[in-house]
Structure formats: C-alpha cells, structure tokens
Write a new protein. Structure first.
Length: 150
C-alpha cells in the first residue's frame, strides 16, 4: 500500500491496521524517518518536500513491487509526506510484515535505501543562511547499490 500525503501519521496505528487479522504474520518491522534539525553546521528551520502527483505514487509502487518480488512479505506500507515540515516532524513511514523477521527486516531496509535514491521527491532546506535544495548523497547511493540492479 502506498500513500503520499500532507497529513502526519500514527506509525503504531498504521502498522496495527496493516496486519489486522492476518495470522500468517510473525514479524512487523517499522521505520520512521524524521526531519533533522541540522545539516552540517547549519540549523534547519524547516524542510519543504515537493513531488509530482501521480508519478510519485507510480514510482513508489514500483519500489514496493520490487521488495515484494525479492522477499515473502505478507504486507507492506509506504507513507511519504510532502509540504513544509519542521525538525522532528515525521517524513516517511515504511512497514513490512512477514512470517519471519529476516524477510521483514531485509525488505524494510531495502525499501528505505531505494526510497532515498529512487523516489521522486525534492527537498528544500530553510536555514538562517537561506534556502537550499538538498543534493543526492553518495552514502545513500552506496547503500542502495548493495541491493543490485532493479
């Protein structure tokens, strides 16, 4: 399941709803990404996330489908926010559920790594020095490469 939204989310409620009634699930792994309050030496006052509606959901669905092809997941959920967010606000939720923990952990880590490098979101950081678009990070590319090609 994929959702792109402005509104905040309740990670625990989302995870519980995702697996409700599915007794094949033996493991649920949840990741929540937050807005950091600093980028290097600069203090971040806010971050604005932009995306292209329609295209973004299609790309997230492809990433989710890839995870489901690689691991025996019972359920998965990606919730990604957009709009203006403050330090400490939740940005992204990734929940994976499987019969066994290995698949749930691996799939969750894969989804987070690929979201960082393949999801079409643009981030604008606001600091006391002004606004700046966030560039891709080599560390994120490196993390995603370990999963191999699509």
């Amino acid at each position: 399941m994929i959702r792109v939204q402005r509104e905040d989310f309740d990670a625990a409620a989302e995870a519980k709803a995702l697996v409700a009634g599915n007794h094949r699930v033996g493991s649920v792994v949840t990741f929540v990404g937050l807005v950091r309050g600093a980028a290097g030496e600069a203090t971040i006052g806010a971050m604005t996330l932009e995306h292209y509606p329609g295209m973004t959901e299609r790309e997230l669905a492809k990433i989710d489908a890839e995870a489901r092809a690689r691991w025996p997941l019972e359920a998965s959920l990606i919730v990604h926010r957009y709009g203006r967010l403050k330090p400490g606000d939740q940005i992204v939720l990734v929940v994976t559920a499987s019969a066994h923990r290995q698949a749930a952990f691996a799939a969750n880590e894969f989804l987070v790594d690929w979201l960082k490098t393949k999801a079409p979101f643009w981030k604008l950081e606001s600091t006391a020095q002004g606004e700046q678009w966030v560039d891709a990070r080599a560390a994120d590319d490196y993390a995603a490469k370990r999963w191999g090609p699509k």
